[in-house]
Design a binder for this molecule. Structure first.
Ligand code: MG
Length: 386
């Protein structure tokens, strides 16, 4: 029986993880769950999965749940609660399913304890890839990616030698604005940006898909996960989201991993690897999938993708600045404070203003994240908000 700790259990990856686990009660036991503030769903999860502890990040929300938990379920709160649980609780698998930079600290604690990390929180590798992969080697911890593209590449690489890889080909749906002109971004609304054609995800990731920053973060994530340089990582638009990513080898052969877009599959793989277990997920009916299209991404239109490639090339704290600026810019857009087209503008300003630190330690990363957030939060643009 493997004990699973899910950081971010009320988000879309967390809910899907619990779905997968409920199919294998003889294999997995949920030992701990966490949420930022969704105590209503958290209570339901506690009732069904009977974890030993829950963590509520938001202190006010934590008040709501006090007294409602079973006697044998401990309540922890805030950032320290997350770190405490990650560094002391008894678990085998750490599912990093929370969104954003906040996942970094607890993930590092889990790595230091040599746990299996099922990683959906791409920001951990984006902002501190060198440190995180170094710690994984030192503590012999394994990261199994949950992000569908990286899971696809991981699956394509089973039995292969990384030195025989010519390039990784990361597929991108292109998001809701694939067929819109760049001029459309000026007045794109929050609802339009949240209307993703293939994937049902949380708001942050969905906006990142619309700007294609999500793909940019995934390129950086792939760089650290698989240890390949930028020039060996390609992005190709594939609107059907059937091929989740590909690996091209030095003999020209290409392996692709395919399936219906369903996050439960990469989650289950990350939990059970190197085994595969029987699933009841919907199967792909090949004759129904009549066309698979592929296009080159337009980096002039999707400026965020270009910014991410550049930040990876620059290295140091540039990806950390880019990520922090993006998190704040996306929140500002969701709060209808800035235009969709201003998201890359804010990120670029932050990259210019914050400078770059070439070989940051973990404290420098935390400091850089904090300063960038503050800078972007206070930044005002001369624009008419619609
Ligand atoms: Mg993805």
């Amino acid at each position: 029986m493997k004990k699973v700790f899910i950081l971010g259990s009320t988000g879309s990856i967390g809910v899907n993880t619990l779905n997968v686990i409920s199919n294998f009660p003889e294999r997995f036991e949920v030992i701990g769950v966490s949420s930022n503030s969704n105590t209503e769903l958290l209570l339901k999860q506690v009732k069904e999965f009977k974890p030993k502890f829950v963590i509520v990040n938001d202190k006010n929300a934590a008040e709501n749940i006090k007294g409602l938990l079973p006697a044998d379920c401990k309540l922890l709160t805030g950032k320290n609660g997350l770190l405490d649980a990650a560094s002391t609780a008894d678990y085998d698998i750490f599912v990093g399913a929370m969104v954003g930079f906040a996942g970094l600290g607890p993930t590092i604690e889990a790595i230091k304890r040599s746990k299996r990390i099922a990683l959906a929180n791409k920001e951990t590798l984006v902002v501190a890839g060198e440190i995180v992969t170094g710690l994984c080697k030192k503590y012999n911890a394994e990261i199994i990616p949950v992000d569908s593209e990286h899971s696809a590449i991981y699956q394509c690489l089973v039995g292969e030698n990384i030195y025989e890889v010519e390039k990784l080909i990361i597929t991108a749906s292109g998001g809701p604005f694939l067929n819109k002109d760049k001029s459309f971004f000026e007045n794109a609304t929050v609802d339009e940006a949240l209307n993703h054609p293939n994937w049902k995800m949380g708001n942050k990731v969905t906006i990142d898909s619309a700007t294609m920053m999500n793909k940019g973060l995934e390129v950086i994530e792939a760089h650290w996960l698989f240890g390949l340089p930028t020039e060996k990582i390609d992005v190709v638009i594939h609107p059907q989201s059937i091929i989740h990513s590909m690996v091209q080898f030095i003999d020209g052969s290409i392996k692709a991993q395919m399936g219906l877009p369903d996050m439960k599959l990469p989650i289950q793989y990350a939990l059970t690897y190197p085994e595969r277990l029987i699933s009841n997920f919907e199967r792909m009916n090949m004759p129904v999938v009549t066309t698979l299209n592929f296009y080159e991404p337009d980096l002039n239109k999707f400026e965020c993708l270009k910014l991410a490639f550049d930040a990876l090339e620059t290295g140091g704290t540039a990806p950390c600045v880019m990520n922090a600026a993006n998190e704040i810019a996306v929140q500002k857009f969701l709060d209808r404070k800035i235009k969709f087209s201003s998201i890359p503008v804010l990120i670029e300003k932050a990259l210019v203003e914050m400078g770059n630190h070439q070989s940051p330690d973990i404290d420098t990363i935390f400091d850089c994240d904090k300063r960038t957030r503050k800078f972007v939060q206070n930044l005002t643009l001369k624009e008419n908000i619609t």
